[in-house]
Design a protein around this ligand. Sequence first.
Ligand SMILES: NC(=O)c1ccc[n+]([C@@H]2O[C@H](COP(=O)([O-])OP(=O)(O)OC[C@H]3O[C@@H](n4cnc5c(N)ncnc54)[C@H](O)[C@@H]3O)[C@@H](O)[C@H]2O)c1
Length: 273
Amino acid sequence: MEFAGKLVFITGGGGGIGGGMAAAFAERGARLVLADINLAHAEEEAAKLPGHVDVALLSLDVTSADSWLAARAQVEDRLGPVDILCNNAGVASGFKPLVETTPEEFERVMSINVKGVYNGIAAMAPGMISRRAGHIVNTSSMNGLNPFGTFAVYSASKFAVLGLSDAVRQELAPFGVGVSTLFPGLTRSRMSESSTEGPIARNAAQAAAIRANMMDPLWLGRAVVKAVEANEPYIITHPEYAADTKARFDQILSAFGQPAQPGYRSGSSATAG
Ligand SMILES: NC(=O)c1ccc[n+]([C@@H]2O[C@H](COP(=O)([O-])OP(=O)(O)OC[C@H]3O[C@@H](n4cnc5c(N)ncnc54)[C@H](O)[C@@H]3O)[C@@H](O)[C@H]2O)c1
């Protein structure tokens, strides 16, 4: 795929991973929109890009459909249609048992991490469908494949991103629009660095060791570019989690035994509730 001159719209474009995607698409000559609820974050990431890169900054709250409509109108007026949409903005839930999570905390994570992705697709996919071209990248997480205790709300939101992406990939394929899901493991960003200040690290030395182990987001961005080029459904950047993922899927598959009702003949899996 030729990326030169293509318009790439990145939500959470002021974050570590958004900045990595921006730098990687810029390496291939794309034009960029860094959309973020915090414009100072977007400015910070834009300042790291080489001077010749064509980059616009935009204030966007992914949880608001009106904010998306305004963003689309502004971008289409000034820069033309969006070719590649990266629904990447997201927040962590903090490490705490689900029963200690307040309804407001649950709502906030779901609203940004899941509704934000829905809003982005609802705003941008119709144009891609009518142009019979485009690609959407949704950022999930390794927690969207391998959940762990004290991170239930975040995991739930990232599982939702995977389910939504897989389904919408089927819906958009006939129109020549691709959909990929990114599953980052630990990657350097504001979110991951602040999490080392919490209970994930027992002391300063452990926090430093975790930080030293974080992947450089530019390489995630390059993996995203490659996956868009090949229209790959899944983007795995941290293969060290393969064994955990396999163990979980093996356990799920091992639960597929005989039908619960003796003699039952299955119907279509597509309608299974
Ligand atoms: N860093 C990691 O280790 C890691 C691992 C797995 C998944 N992720 C996912 O990667 C994505 C990017 O996170 P990051 O690590 O770069 O974090 P980050 O905190 O550096 O960046 C997130 C950005 O999203 C913006 N944002 C928050 N709420 C928003 C809203 N309502 N509307 C628009 N923008 C909003 C923030 O201002 C911030 O600039 C997230 O979806 C996150 O869940 C990160």
